[in-house]
Design a binder for this molecule. Sequence first.
Ligand SMILES: Cc1ncc(COP(=O)(O)O)c(C=O)c1O
Length: 394
Amino acid sequence: MTPTIQPADRLLNLPKYIFAQLAELKQQAINNGVDVIDISIGNPDGATPKPVVDVAINAIQDKANHGYPNFRGKPELRQAIADWVKRRYDIDINPENEVQTLIGEKEGLANIALAYTNPGDVNIIPDPYYPVLCRGTLIAGGNPFFVNLKEENKFLIDLNDIPIDVAKKAKMFFINYPNNPTGAIAPKSFLTDVVQYCKEYNILLISDLAYGEVCFGDYRPYSIFNIDGAKDIAMEFHSFTKTFNMAGWRCGFAIGKEEFISNLYAMKSNVDYGTSTIVQDACIEALTMPMDYVKGIMDIYHERREVMAKGFTELGFYAPRSDATMYFWIKIPSKFKSSMEFCKYVLDKTGVIITPGSAFGALSDDHFRVSLVQPNERIQEVFERFKKAGIRYE
Ligand SMILES: Cc1ncc(COP(=O)(O)O)c(C=O)c1O
């Protein structure tokens, strides 16, 4: 028998990425001829706005863009980011040294954990969590301390749930509002408390603002830098994915004081060469084109949100509308022992793929997540199929 070369413990010890497992289940169903409706993943189904695509088409023809990119982000992009966060959040950042472009926000969140976590360090992480918020810590050999996001607390972290000795030891604290998967939003008072907490215990606060623009009606999320003093201890991570329908382009950025940004840069520059210059040019266009394009994208989610809320409510599920994000976070019917069991049942009976809560943490196995990434007709079809299969909340 060929001897096996064992991969590192850090890989073997990583929990299975449930989204990869879902992709396998989806493929099997497709291979069996099922007309699958996938409402599991937050992969926007809309096209990237045309002005952005047009800029990229031109940029790809330019030989100057064929070499290694500027790792930090080209100066014009860093300036566009500084101008955009000023316009959108009224915050001042220095494009010279307070911005780092990313190959998608996910990459940046993993690298910042690697840059700041020593083996054995404790990082505070909400459960449910977007997977990389925890995986970066695990890869670095750190110990996550999970704080459960509870419905009765509007899925905000209750700082009293963190023992003082954990707070004293903690190195990093990850937050994500508007929240994936719960759809929760954070009032300014909550962000103020978290900033004060991190200052008191000298913890690096990482705010994941991937859904900063995915909001409805008059609601507009805050930047962590809208909170006085946050810059001393916080960094904020942004993504182009949801705001501009650019999931496949892989682009995001981090902002924060020079010391934090330069440590992120030091980590990244040992591993990657930064965001392609073609994509960087496209990002400049995304940030400078009229924001009507973004509104157009969010109007579509807003409409779908109504269809989704109505459909689940009619089937007895508690599915409140959130003011932000493209998700519903819903309790599984009590007769199912785990969220994966429910998801497999739903796929088997209806061909619909939803995400089990366990994908977002061990404390979240009693929920499932659905996202607004299918047109209204397909969302309606989901509920037709649920009705036929007798799937209800009971
Ligand atoms: C909470 C959260 N953070 C970060 C990301 C990653 O974004 P990106 O596509 O820029 O890597 C996502 C993507 O779904 C997300 O939901």
